[in-house]
Write a protein that binds this ligand. Sequence first.
Ligand code: DP6
Length: 415
Amino acid sequence: MPTQVTVSAPVNIAVVKYWGKRDTSLLLPTNSSLSLTLSQDDLRSTTTVRIDALFNKDRLWLNGKEEDATANKRMVRVVQELRAVRKELQNKDSSLEALDEQKMHICSENNFPTAAGLASSASGFAALTFGIAHALGIADKISTADLSRLARQGSGSACRSLFGGFVAWNMGINPDGSDSVAEQVADEKHWPDMEALVLVASDARKDTPSTAGMQLTIETSDLLRERIANVVPQRMSDIKTAIVNKNYDAFAEHTMRDSNQFHAVCLDTFPPITYLNDVSRAVIHLVTAYNNLFTEKSDNAASSKKGYRAAYTFDAGPNAVLYVRREHVPEILAIVNATFPAPADADKQTYLGRAAQYVGQEDKTVVSDLLSKIKMAPMPQGSLKRIISTSVGDGPRVLGWNSEASLLLDNGLPK
Ligand code: DP6
């Protein structure tokens, strides 16, 4: 009997960035990192895996295009490891079918632009690992931490997409990577008013892929050494505390500082890597000017109250992710829309998606007062391609088995 399963996995956006590998084949990082898992209702990779005795080779389709399944070494490794787990089970129980010997067809789709700095490899490899584990019947025999360790070998950041909520990837110290694994710091219900606004500045493929970029940084950046040794360890501890205590000020400041340092490290790479563009820099300027309006001017230097309203972070691309609290979303969206006017021909539903629900909910007098204090000239129309509003979400989901709906494969081939 062939088995077929369809799963989805979420995107995650780090607030303490992973950048640098100490082992390029096991994908072991030079520092720990921490991310928020975004809701799969908005951003996801969906993957169907079918294992069938009638197939004569492994095949893979990504976003409708067949790829050479044997050429992607990282994928081959993940598949091999999962088959080895199945084999071990079969060795212990001879009544189990030898699924490890059968070939598989894998079909995967993202509902967002690939390689636009939206961590498509993270959700993609998380879905692949989770889907194959289910198809092989080993998902309930292996812990989420073990799945995370396997997904890590596909793409480092994928290990964090195996969990929902707030997720730390502990770099570990073992040369075999056995302790380099993600763990949940808090689940998706912990901080329910935490929202994300993704400001898509470009949906084009990024210039320097992260794998190549981070190796060049390791080889050439002195600043990276400082970051690894003296910045990230303390920041990991501080931001975990901020999350546990729902301390937005501390969370926001670490998030922005870490994004700034990651891009500084990119610029310290030789030749330099630049992911931010003029639109990204304008977002940073806007968020800073906006936050400044609320920052408490206190004589007490020790006062920890900052009054931040928005925190930006940028991955290996120009798109901004703003982590904001729900009560401020309408106001922030109005300020963003005024500063980055939508393209003239924009269809509101496509441009704003779920964010459209917040439009008009802002206090217009307050917003125009804020804009007059921010004093920023609007950017050209269409500087942003779209805005995605989302929240913190759960880990991978099983969508259906065999002939149930939402499958991407029909008789083993893409629909
Ligand atoms: C900037 O996980 O895509 O998004 O392990 O080489 O596949 P590989 O890299 P990848 O790098 C992600 C880098 C980042 C920061 C982060 O997500 O932590």
